[in-house]
Write a protein that binds this ligand. Structure first.
Ligand code: BT5
Length: 250
């Protein structure tokens, strides 16, 4: 190989220190891959696929993306021994990842103004650009899956770079760096998350798992991550799971 050949050699992405990144052309679901192998994996193992044959959303829904177009990635976080509550640890890591996704979007496309929708969507206005899927593993680790639309979005959703100017891998490099720039303090993360949560202060409709809907004003998120809602009769409801539809600003 002559020195000039260097430019042609495949570039090893400059992953930030401390992340172990696996990349595959195709798999069923990057979340399933990490959950299955969780006991053997180090903290901050990252698995990215160009394509998922069974990409999953929450509640057994599908997550769609044509091969090579979007960021489809999962990250395994091992719970440190100092962290007693699995749920609180999971909540903290979901919020960190959500904030990192938002920061990545802003950095790569400064005209876009990402906001969060409870419980786990990243939105540009009323259009979804990314969704998160979190799973707890038997050993108390947390797997956070991220589907971020880079080059393609389904009808009604939005992509970061529909002109094909960004690759999913470039976006992942930025996402990991953005995560590393977040503050350590949980209080600061909670404040930043709350600031970006467009759901708060709005009239919302919650479509619950039981098929019933609830309409009210979203007022806060409690320490366990549940949404607090006040209905037209002034009754407070605590919502742990459900889909939120933003109706109008307060
Ligand atoms: C989510 O679910 O938003 C979580 C999506 C997580 C996907 C990642 S990809 C890497 C990792 N591995 C996996 O298998 N999953 C994670 P949910 O809120 O349930 O939204 C799902 C709904 O969003 C679907 O029912 C569709 O209506 C819609 N949808 C599907 N694909 C979409 C896309 N690319 N962009 C926007 N909306 C989409």
């Amino acid at each position: 190989m002559t020195p000039g050949d260097h430019a042609e050699a495949p570039l090893i992405p400059p992953w930030p220190d401390g992340w172990r990144v696996e990349e595959v052309a195709s798999t069923t679901s990057t979340n399933d891959d990490l959950v299955e192998r969780a006991a053997d994996l180090a903290d901050r193992t990252v698995r990215r696929a160009d394509y998922q044959t069974a990409g999953r959303g929450r509640l057994d829904r599908r997550w769609d993306a044509p091969a090579g177009t979007n960021l489809l990635v999962s990250i395994l976080f091992r719970r440190p021994p100092t962290e007693r509550s699995v749920n609180r640890f999971a909540l903290g890591q979901i919020r960190r990842v959500s904030l990192a996704v938002a920061a990545t979007i802003t950095r790569l496309h400064p005209d876009l103004c990402p906001q969060l929708k409870w419980p786990n969507d990243v939105m540009i206005g009323s259009r979804k650009i990314a969704g998160l899927l979190t799973q707890l593993t038997d050993d108390g680790s947390v797997v956070v899956g991220i589907g971020l639309n880079v080059g393609w979005a389904p009808a009604g959703a939005i992509a970061l770079a529909p002109d094909g100017s960004l690759t999913p891998r470039q976006v992942l490099v930025e996402l990991l760096a953005a995560f590393d720039r977040l503050p350590e303090s949980t209080d600061q993360i909670t404040d930043a998350y709350t600031d970006l949560l467009a759901t708060l202060g709005r009239e919302v409709r919650i479509d619950g798992l039981d098929g019933r809907s609830l309409v009210g004003r979203a007022v806060s998120v409690d320490p366990d991550g549940a949404l607090q809602l006040i209905d037209a009769d002034g009754v407070t409801h605590r919502v742990e799971v459900g889909d939120v539809i933003h109706l109008r600003p307060a």
